[in-house]
Each structure stands twice: as structure tokens, then as C-alpha cells.
Ligand binder design. Sequence first.
Ligand SMILES: [Cu+2]
Length: 259
Amino acid sequence: MKSSTLKYRTLILITAVGLAGAWQSAFAHTRLKTPEVQENAAEHGSDYNAVVVGHGCTNPTTGAVDVTVLGTVVVFPDGKDSIITVDGAPHTGDLTDFVTNWGNPVTKIQDRSIFDFEDYIKDSLGNKLGFWTGGGNGLKGGFRAVIPFTTAGVIINESSCAKSVTFVPGIADICQITDVAGINAETANIWAPAVGSIYDGSPERHGYDSPATLKVARSATPLPESCGVGVDVVVKPSANQLDRDLRINFNGSQIWPAQ
Ligand SMILES: [Cu+2]
């Protein structure tokens, strides 16, 4: 091979790698540290997880996503009025058709390394659906955070054809306290499924309809033979639930979104 050809090819390769790098960082959104777990992982202590805050909000001057994050909110679907799909098709039955023990999915691991305050987000029965953490110095631009929590063991209904059940939380990384109308890439990063809630935002917004996911793989019981290859179930919070639960209440009053 001629050396000029080699140089040209090397240059192309470097350019391609550079582009891949840029593409990856553009998609370095908030995710769960361990996005897939085995069924009933709590039994084996493998349910220790974390929300990864991949980057801050957008600096309007530089366009970099390095604005300090002041707090994070995480809410899992409550399983009551959640939106369930089976291989992408809407399911009108209950979550118990696929999961027998959903209800109290989250335990926060106490941690003040990034934020000073944290508390649960509960339903009216006291079930822990998620948490918020915030205050203190916050997450400095250019750094990432792992916010530790555990998920309860998930038991897949053994008579169902579910080979996996994926739970989709709504997550908000807040850089500036605003009301809902003031939420934009400079004030908060929203990683929520677009289900018609007040947090949907516009399709142009960074991270639109690009939520984190927790996939639970069937592993405790075999698929019934009649199931064939099985189905993939996805559970998203309803718009009502996100509107109600994706917020920070502190000492009895709502501080985000501001009202
Ligand atoms: Cu991002």
C-alpha cells in the first residue's frame, strides 16, 4: 500500500473515531448504572444500583452541558395506572398479569456525597416509588454522579409469557428552580417517557423521550411451553403519575417545580 493511501486511511479512521466519541457524549444521558437485572435480584444482593447523572444543564453561552446540577428526582411507575405494552402493543390488563409483587420498588441508599438532602417519594399507602436528593454544593459541571439506591426483587408471574419486564422511571436533573413553564435545557434535564405529562417538553429538547430503563430478565421460572419465545413487557408511568410524583417536596411544601 502506498504511504499516502495509508495516511489517508488513517486520517479517515481517526475522523471516524472522533465522530463516534462525539456521538457518544451527545447521548451520555442520565441512565441507571445497571440497566438490566435478573428476576428477584434482591435475593442475591444484586439489586444495588444507582442513577447516573451523565452531565449538567446547557450553558447558554458555550452550549456545553456543564451547568451545576442542584438536585435529582427519580420516580418509578406505580403499577396502578401505569402504561403497559407487550411487544410494543398496548395491554389493557393489570401489571399483576406479568409481575406479582410490584408496589414498593425503591429503597434509597443514604448518601450525602453530592447533595445534602434526600427523601422518598411515596404513594398514599406509603409505598416508596422513588426519591429526590438535592441541596448542598451539587454536582459540579464536568463531573458525573452516581446516586445510589436499590430496587426490590421483582417476581415475574410464572404463568405469564413475559421473558422480560422493563420499568421506565421519570428522572429530572435540576439546575435552576423554575416552574414547569421555565423548564428548558438550561434549567433542568428531563429524562422521562413522553406520555403526555407536563414534563414531556418539545421533541427538540435535549433528552426528549429518552428515559432511563430498568430491565428485569425472567430467570426464576421457565416460560410456559405455549409461550413460544416469550414477550417483552414495558411499564411506563402514566401522565397523571408523573404530574403528581415527579417533584420535590421539602418540609411540607413543594419546591420544584415552583408553583
Ligand atoms: Cu445528554
